[in-house]
Design a protein around this ligand. Sequence first.
Ligand SMILES: C[S@@+](CC[C@H](N)C(=O)[O-])C[C@H]1O[C@@H](n2cnc3c(N)ncnc32)[C@H](O)[C@@H]1O
Length: 237
Amino acid sequence: MYQQAFESFLKNTDEKKIFLEVLTAYIKEKNCKSILDIGAGNGDLSIPLSKLVDTYLAIEPIQEQADILRQNNVPVVQDFFPCNIDQNFDTVLCSHSTPGKPEKFIPFINKAFELCKPDGNLLIITYNDSEKTWNTMLEKCSLEWPGFHNDRLALLREFLNKNFNNIVETEIITHISSPSYNEFIHALAFVYTDGKHSDEDFVNSKLVQQYITENHYVDGVYSFPFFHYMFSIKKPL
Ligand SMILES: C[S@@+](CC[C@H](N)C(=O)[O-])C[C@H]1O[C@@H](n2cnc3c(N)ncnc32)[C@H](O)[C@@H]1O
């Protein structure tokens, strides 16, 4: 993990705040009392979320993240999903944790749906990485994206529409913003590299700087929108 990029990302994105607002409203609307959070992450979202329901269980394979959750009294199964869980939940949440390729996401989603109570909901949140502003920037700056999975969202949507009923799809928009180009570009670089690669080429690209300044700099602030999709799938009674 490239720590500086991750820290810049966390500091300059409104993602956790927006998702917490969206999920709080969702929990209230569905009168949800129990959540299984698959891929719970570093706690920024999952710790406040765990306080909103009577029963909350996190699944998180990474030791460091699981430790943070435990230190905050959040129950954790430290494993890769699909794994054995012997409880059912009002909401099974997969927020930015479903695998990108069908051979992996199909067993993952089928098992997650099994773990919803009747009349409960499977909630999948994923990032739209193949359309709109992000892709336009990559094209205009002639950049290959190391994290790109061709047709990922289209394949997921096709699978869900073929195999499930009662799907509600909602778009969620978040932003990375900063008045400092240096802060902003490191935060954006975290998305570009997914924290797994060196970000030097991206951060130092004059083409990217020119593109960002012309298209995403308004009133002294650099700001870049990201489009996410939330699929809510109701399990019949
Ligand atoms: C991008 S983070 C999302 C964290 C949080 N859910 C959020 O939306 O802010 C993805 C998380 O999923 C976890 N993850 C990846 N593959 C997983 C799997 N097969 N089963 C469970 N968790 C997984 C990762 O360790 C990571 O913490």
